[in-house]
Design a protein around this ligand. Structure first.
Ligand code: AP5
Length: 215
């Protein structure tokens, strides 16, 4: 499947993407995970992205498009991909459209995961993430804690709170989402590609996607 997952920070894009990869071998492409990996590795990209991320601002569109142009042409994308956290602005969506046209790829749909703000705030303050850039498994101290506190079930690395999870950065990320990313809902609705799922259960989101793919 070839999907875009849209939704506010904490809506569960990463969680749903990881579950979808188990269905048909489609790969999760999370620009947030790629950027966090680059920051941790201290690469040029990481150095350019770090301050924006820490403050809860978006990284400039040109940097993101450079990453995605290369990533979408890697062989593991042939089976399908789940775009998690990209596109995030209208210019990114327009550039993606041109890129997909050039590569001869058609999207199946754009899934907008719609979750109430109070649930989002609760999830973001209780999320924990594996610190290993190759893993980045997602946990939650309330709904999905690791078996051993502070240790990743999958790779044994420390499980930590992300740097953009301060109260200030979270509230700025939500404002940035409303201003820059929420307009993508209308953008994809006009193109007839949008599926909005208002649900706090990841299973409900997955089932709605499966039903639309089968229709
Ligand atoms: P990114 O990593 O993409 O962060 P985000 O969009 O803010 O999304 P999150 O990862 O916070 O949330 P999510 O929706 O994936 O939720 P999750 O599944 O983890 O981006 C980080 C930064 O990178 C940006 O601020 C920006 O600076 C930069 N960036 C990235 N992409 C960019 C782009 N395209 N352009 C420019 N800049 C870019 O779930 C959240 C929590 O809830 C977890 O604890 C999880 O366990 C829990 N949870 C999830 N689902 C459920 C459920 N159903 N029930 C109970 N708990 C649940």
């Amino acid at each position: 499947m070839k999907l875009i997952l849209l939704g506010a920070p904490g809506a569960g894009k990463g969680t749903v993407a990881k579950l979808l990869t188990e269905l048909d071998g489609s790969v999760q492409i999370s620009t947030g995970d790629i950027l966090r990996g680059a920051v941790q590795a201290g690469t040029e990209l990481g150095k350019k992205a770090e301050a924006y991320m820490k403050a809860g601002d978006l990284v400039p569109d040109e940097l993101i498009m450079d990453i995605m142009e290369k990533r979408l042409q890697e062989p593991d994308c042939e089976k399908g991909f789940l775009l998690d956290g990209f596109p995030r602005t209208i210019p990114q969506a327009e550039a993606l459209e041109k890129l997909l046209d050039k590569l001869g790829i058609e999207l199946d749909m754009v899934v907008n995961i719609d979750v109430p703000r109070d649930v989002i705030l609760d999830r973001l303050t209780t999320r924990r993430t594996c610190s290993n850039p190759e893993c980045q498994a997602i946990y939650n101290v309330k709904s999905n804690p690791p078996k051993v506190e502070g240790v990743c079930d999958k790779c044994g690395s420390p499980v930590v709170q992300r740097e953009d999870e301060t109260e200030e950065a979270i509230s700025h990320r939500l404002e940035t989402y409303n201003e820059k990313t929420a307009p993508l809902v209308g953008f994809y609705e006009k193109k007839g590609k949008l599926l909005t799922v208002s649900a706090t259960s990841s299973d409900e989101v997955i089932n709605a996607i499966k039903a639309r793919l089968a229709a």
